[in-house]
Design a protein around this ligand. Sequence first.
Ligand code: BG6
Length: 502
Amino acid sequence: MTEERATEIPNPCLFVLFGGTGDLAKRKLIPALYDLFRAGELSPRFAVVATGRSPLGDEGYHALAKASLDEFSRKKPDEESWKAFSSMLSYHVLDFSSPDADYTGLRDCLETIDGRRGTAGNRIFFLATAPEFFGRSVKALKANGLLDNQGPWQRVMVEKPFGTSLATARELNKEILTALPEENVYRIDHYLGKEMVQNITAIRFGNAIFEPIWNHRHIECIQVQSTETLGIGTRGDYYEQSGILKDMLQNHILQMLALTCMEPPVDLSPGEVQLEKIRVLSALRPFRGGDEESLVVGQYGPGMVDGQPVAGYRSEPRTAKDSTTPTFIALKAHIDSPRWQGVPIYIRAGKRLDRMVSEISIRFRQVPGVPCYSEFAEAHPDVLVIRIQPGEGIYFHMNAKKPGKGFQIETVELDYCQASRYTDNTPESYERLIFEAIQGNPAFFTGWDELERSWRYIESIERVLAARPTVYPNYAAGTAGPVAAEALVRADGRTWWKEAGE
Ligand code: BG6
């Protein structure tokens, strides 16, 4: 059952899930809601209405939700807690893809549940549908009086991708902002809900040993890597449209980069942090013709992952046999600001690679003068690694004297593993995001101006790639990616950061 809490969680709310039978709902959202419920972080006056096109009924939906929890929840539900959780979960058929979708029926249903559960008219509409329905759904909600924000509040959480280009993102944004004010729009980038992504700010600004040297005088290069062993699974339709640029780079990676490279904000309020992130994204040097050397894309062919043969991208369900969608990207970015002059930022992301890791590594310059000590000839530059996943933590790679006679330098590691200190798992990112949206905290969401800047940067990359088509597939699944990605860093005398022994 729900753990005891001293004070009641405020903000009664009715959580309306569009795309309630979809993959995201099953894998992430239902487990996140359940984990929040178990942790006692939902108001007792809370309810969920899942909507979808299938004629499931409450009972059918409960079966789907239970299966999702059995497979994906951190704690499997016992009978008592499942009974309590399912009692606040209902299902309503709504064909949001149809122009004639019955929103009056939805409104009646929500009002009935408001009355029954005391949810007070406060609502979150979570759009986890195919992106082409985002704008239409918001418009219809508004037209049917479901987004009036008169008294009780109504908020909309929008999944990614937010648009497919700068133009379509602008259009979608306009459509949404016609229906409700910016402060009621929560654009999701689930990486912002990750514990170690939030920790970037604490590590940077909370430590006298880092903040004063966080600049081009002391940092030689930065790497942001997010690699996966998974392929695209059954998401061929979506991935063909997005590819790695729009699936990972435009959002998750640029957000990590912005937090790593922003100037210290005036305070840590969402507005001030967002302002600084916007400045970084605006200062990202756009790619131009001639920058081809700094950009590598790839698409996986068949290969072996975890000892098992796996298909190439073009043989995955719902992809084109001659698809030119990239599943890998490596690039060298630059931020044209006084702080980051001359510091290359290497980015690498891809599917079906040899390891799953998301991390930011900061490589410091050698201490001036030290190279003249012959004993330091073998010394390595210090490296700070912020490990987002797996194994959240902080790792610092530095030089020290090897014990014993003589004076030999060796590399030692200071390794902080967050999971060993906090044995109770930290919340999943969706759990955090849903909680913050209910509390009305925009800190973990992406503002429009950030999105606009990221789209501009992505489009500059797309233009360069369009002028230089790549022959695919160009890496085997289960490998480190295209050979050219190694060459990209090697040309600068570097390698992709990887811990020794990995
Ligand atoms: C999603 C992408 O946004 O992020 C997926 O659509 C990707 O393709 C996923 O696998 C990665 O998220 P995480 O939390 O597993 O690192």
